[in-house]
Design a protein around this ligand. Structure first.
Ligand code: SF4
Ligand code: SF4
Ligand code: FES
Length: 694
């Protein structure tokens, strides 16, 4: 089994091992795990085959939004990523269309619960939790609904410390801890009711919201005010092999690795140099997974420079101006071919490279999950939207926009506000802003005493380093959160290490010349092992440009306030003390390209609608015939008619329209109808759905 037995950040809980069968074979998983994770744990990545072309199917969104991971569990078709494994479960792969359970008994229609609430918050991630906290603290009656078994949304997947301001969004604290903290706060608020494991199916024209509570009982909610905090879904790309098992989103990967503690891969390749891709790469390394490389189509990564530097100094090659040519493999991904982009989206001949990998993470951005908001607006409900559903940004920004929208609801209710909403909106915009280009900073001239060095040269909204110094010696220029930090040097640094440990970018080192200025001791943060590094051991010291050499560790320690960040001190020659930014314990992950393996592909081989297996070629053909209406395309090809309801392919098809030179205003969007996810029909008759439904 490939479970993660040790992790530098995550606690490994003692979970009960349980047996189950997959296609007749006895396997083991852990209690509390979903089926897809239990299958990955046993290296099963093909969950079935598509009815149309027998193509292998496996995990894709890991979020209940598609049906690529369908399996038959105890005779009932279920989504493997949303269904808990139970002891002795008999799971079969889903080959073709699943057979529905036989049911011919008379159905007695029962009454559906109708529940009134002041505020319904849909989504228990960073935005929904922070909004619920504000509303609950003001004694407003809130029902908070989330489709996962635990609150936190994407915070649950985030093992890294947050950027932003410490005061407003818990910067310097790990996402997972913020999720736990907010979850605990809202759970203790008297006026807040929480429904986890509960899926919102639809918003209806009479202002009612249909929800399957506890994945079992259908209820209707009548809220006076509605807050949509449904987050985002991952964007996909079209390229040959894009639907092979093993090609999936970075969020799905983090779910497997950080939530379910499954070592989901040996060698991953990442497409996309935004924060999501860069962070997923670092999380992979923390879980003992090799990152073969990362490509970014633009001339530079779009994520924070400090995240990019963390990967680079561990030896992960980052190929900018590159794109994916194909994912290769028969039943699952075995390699990826990439190529360098010329000015347009054409590949420069001769730049193709193929790398062996067993997983390809797509991290090319997120789309807001905002369908409920638009429906509620259409039906004239009093509705607000926060977090990624409102605008894609960092989770810290989502915490903040959740607060703002909750305050707006309070204002609407008539609760007097002490906060200035305009000022808060300005701050939210700062948090949501795209990171600017890094600044060329000068190396500090100081040669005496002890002082921190900031390898942080991009003006991003972040300030935890300014708040932890007991000597109050760290400030940002003009005290602005987006300006670069500096050491004021008005008073002595006492070498406490707080600044080194709190920095989410692992971008602060401490240079200590006090004993010997020709051989200063430099202290680095380390988050790659929870085991204390032995004194006397040699470690590879790195700059942002590469390895600097092996040097001896003089001290290693964990601070009580920052227990997961180890501070490792190393004696270095003075010439490299100021450029040294970290240490690495693993060998460089650089992997040589394989002998070029490239097949020629046509648009007919590339799938754009994975649910219905519709190719780019087919869509292009109809667009060229003059079809500009999504509904017509759907009728002609079935694209968008699949289990995900077009959530995955609509953006991709829009891109084909653009490639064909069709202007956006000439494209007629598809009609969006409830339901949001599949549900057994018996639910609407008041029948319990847990046993598979009717
Ligand atoms: S090591 Fe401690 S005293 Fe020195 S600058 Fe950092 S936080 Fe301040
Ligand atoms: S050095 Fe300070 S401002 Fe820069 S990333 Fe670290 S904590 Fe944030
Ligand atoms: S990808 Fe799901 S309907 Fe097209």
């Amino acid at each position: 089994m490939e479970n993660i037995a040790k992790h530098p950040i995550l606690e490994i809980p003692d979970k009960k091992k349980i047996d189950f069968k997959f296609d007749g074979k006895l396997l083991y998983g852990f209690e509390g795990m979903v089926i897809s994770s239990a299958l990955f744990l046993n290296k099963v990545k093909i969950f079935g085959h598509h009815v149309k072309d027998r193509s292998p199917q496996g995990l894709f969104c890991a979020n209940g939004q598609c049906s690529q991971c369908n399996v038959i569990a105890d005779g009932v078709p279920v989504k493997a990523c949303m269904t808990l494994l139970t002891k002795g479960m008999k799971i079969e792969s889903c080959n073709g269309l699943p057979e529905l359970p036989l049911e011919d008994s008379h159905v007695e229609v029962k009454d559906i619960n109708l529940i009134n609430t002041d505020v319904l918050v849909i989504g228990g991630g960073p935005a929904g939790l922070s909004a619920t906290k504000i509303l609950g603290e003001n004694n407003i009656d809130v029902l908070l609904v989330d489709d996962k078994s635990r609150l936190g949304g994407k915070l649950v997947l985030q093992t890294h410390k947050f950027f932003g301001s410490q005061e407003d969004v818990y910067a310097g604290t790990r996402g997972i801890e913020i999720g736990n903290l907010l979850g605990e706060i809202v759970s203790n608020l008297d006026s807040v009711k929480i429904w986890v494991n509960s899926i919102v199916l639809a918003i209806f024209s009479d202002g009612l919201v249909g929800i399957i509570k506890d994945m079992d009982v259908y209820s209707l909610i009548k809220p006076k005010y509605l807050l949509i905090a449904t987050g985002a879904r991952e964007k996909m790309l079209v390229f040959p092999g894009n639907t092979l098992p093993g090609v999936y989103g970075a969020g799905a990967f983090q779910t497997l690795v950080n939530r379910d503690l499954v070592k989901a891969a040996e060698n991953i390749f990442i497409v996309g140099g935004g924060n999501v891709g860069l962070i997923a790469g670092y999380h992979a390394i923390q879980a003992g997974i090799n990152v073969v490389g990362l490509i970014e189509a633009l001339p530079q990564c779009g994520g924070y420079k400090v995240h990019e530097d963390k990967l680079k100094r561990l030896g992960v090659p980052i190929y900018t101006k590159h794109t994916v040519i194909s994912a290769n493999g028969k039943d699952k991904i075995e390699s990826i071919t990439i190529g360098k982009l010329m000015g347009s989206w054409d590949i420069e001949p001769g730049t193709e490279k193929t790398f062996a990998c067993d997983t390809l993470l797509i991290a090319v951005g997120l789309d807001p999950v905002d369908e409920f908001y638009h429906k509620a607006q259409q039906f004239n409900m009093k509705v607000w939207i926060a977090g990624d559903a409102q605008e894609i940004a960092e989770a810290s920004a989502a915490i903040f926009t959740g607060k703002i929208e909750a305050l707006k609801i309070l204002k609407e209710i008539g609760v007097p506000l002490t906060e200035n909403l305009e000022e808060l909106e300005d701050f939210a915009n700062l948090m949501k802003a795209k990171p600017p280009d890094p600044i060329q900073t000068e190396v500090i001239q100081k040669e005496e005493g002890i002082f921190p060095l900031f390898h942080c040269n991009q003006e991003i909204p972040c300030n935890p380093c300014t708040t932890v110094c007991p000597q109050q010696q760290i400030k940002t220029v003009d005290d602005l959160i987006t300006q670069l930090p500096y050491f004021t040097d008005d008073q002595d640094c006492i070498g406490c290490g707080n600044c080194v440990a709190v920095c989410p970018g692992l971008a602060i080192t401490l240079v200590d010349n006090r004993k010997d200025k020709n051989a200063p001791v430099v202290t680095f943060p380390l988050e790659l092992t929870s085991k204390k590094i032995e004194t006397g051991r040699t470690v590879m010291v790195v700059s942002n440009d590469g390895d600097l050499g092996e040097y001896e560790v003089t001290r290693a320690r964990f601070l009580k306030e920052f227990p997961k960040t180890q501070l490792v001190s190393v004696k270095l020659p003075s010439e490299i003390a100021k450029v040294a930014v970290g240490i690495k314990l693993i060998k460089s992950s650089y992997t040589e390209p394989m002998d070029l393996y490239q097949q020629s592909h046509t648009d007919d081989d590339i799938i754009v609608c994975r649910c219905e297996r519709v190719s780019v070629g087919e869509i292009r053909k109809w667009i060229r015939y003059g079809v500009h209406d999504f509904n017509e395309l759907k009728a002609l090809t079935k694209a968008g008619m699949g289990a995900c309801g077009g959530k995955t392919c609509t953006t991709l098809i829009n891109r084909i329209f653009r490639e064909e030179g069709i202007e956006q205003e000439k494209i007629i969007p598809g009609t969006k109808r409830p339901l949001f996810v599949e549900v057994p029909m018996g639910a609407f008759a008041g029948l319990k759905t847990k046993k598979g439904g009717k």
